[in-house]
Design a protein around this ligand. Structure first.
Ligand code: APR
Length: 176
């Protein structure tokens, strides 16, 4: 295990498309052809070049991740990952969500990225309960940071106050 984890995870309330980081993570679907929520916001901000690049990728299975350029975004890259659709918690959703975070962090490591921003994957349209998802997110990001020496900071970006409150509570718990 490499590196210090505490202090390298930051929780933010805001719009991920505005983050000045090497890569922002998109909570996409298996088609990688856009959608609503954070996916729609990222495609709107990045412009049509992003969709053209995504088309050439031919989709992405749930739990995996793919990297594209950031086009008109401030971020140089977008890591598109696909979280699971919540269907009660007994269909492997926890492991698939963990895998979406792990795959994204592995791509960041492969490309030697120094900074990364995640939205709360699967907790919008896909219906994953926020507290359960946030615990998985924190655990996987902490584990990924311990393995990735070049990764200086990971932002966990919350789009609304309830999500922010859950993340802050987990942060307090972990640093207690
Ligand atoms: N910045 C940061 N977070 C955002 C933004 C934004 N601009 N817009 C939405 N979010 C938040 C939501 O509030 C939620 O907490 O991202 C989280 C994930 O929600 P969704 O975007 O709905 O993603 P998900 O639940 O993973 O569902 C994916 O939605 O739009 C489709 O194509 C996407 O089919 C896929 C599905």
């Amino acid at each position: 295990m490499l590196g210090r984890v505490s202090g390298r995870i930051e929780i933010l309330l805001g719009d991920i498309t505005r983050c000045d980081v090497d890569a922002i993570v998109n909570a996409a679907n298996e088609s990688l052809l856009g959608g609503g929520g954070v996916d729609g916001a990222i495609h709107r901000a990045a412009g049509p070049g992003l969709l053209a690049e995504c088309r050439a990728l031919g989709g992405c299975p749930t739990g995996e991740a793919r990297l594209t350029r950031g086009h008109r975004l401030t971020a140089r890259f977008v890591i598109h990952t696909v979280g699971p659709v919540w269907s009660g918690g007994t269909s492997g959703e926890d492991e698939l969500l963990a895998s979406a975070y792990r795959s994204s962090l592995a791509l960041a490591r492969e490309h030697a990225l120094a900074s990364l921003a995640f939205p709360a994957i699967s907790t919008g349209v896909f219906g994953f309960p926020i507290e359960r998802a946030a615990r998985i997110a924190w655990r996987e990001v902490a584990a990924g940071l311990a393995r990735a020496a070049e990764l200086e900071r990971v932002l966990l970006v919350c789009f609304n106050e309830p999500t922010h409150a859950v993340y802050r509570a987990i942060e307090r718990e972990r640093s207690a």
